[in-house]
Design a protein around this ligand. Structure first.
Ligand SMILES: [Zn+2]
Length: 94
């Protein structure tokens, strides 16, 4: 017998609760959490547009579900920037 039983709890869902969903994207699986404005108390920088996300702005927090350290590397996105992430066009646009 190789491995010992791990504690069942260690591989269960993350502690973020039911507001976090898993989304599949071309670059892998992502945990996505929607923040309401009331819980957004800091200014973040959106990696999609490189603009600030002001406090009290509802937005998205996303992190890789594929990387073990993903939860420590969460990114804050404007909601539309996250939505457009997968279908950004190589040219045109602006
Ligand atoms: Zn943005």
């Amino acid at each position: 017998m190789g491995r010992k039983n791990r504690r069942a709890g260690s591989e269960s869902k993350p502690v973020f609760g039911n507001s976090t969903v898993t989304e599949s994207h071309p670059d892998g699986e992502w945990f996505v959490r929607k923040l309401t404005g009331s819980s957004a108390i800091k200014t973040y920088r959106c990696p999609g547009c490189d603009q600030e996300i002001r406090p009290a702005t509802p937005h998205i927090v996303a992190w890789s579900a594929d990387l073990p350290e993903g939860a420590e590397d969460r990114r804050h996105w404007h909601t539309p920037c996250w939505s457009n992430r997968g279908n950004r066009r190589p040219r045109g646009g602006k």
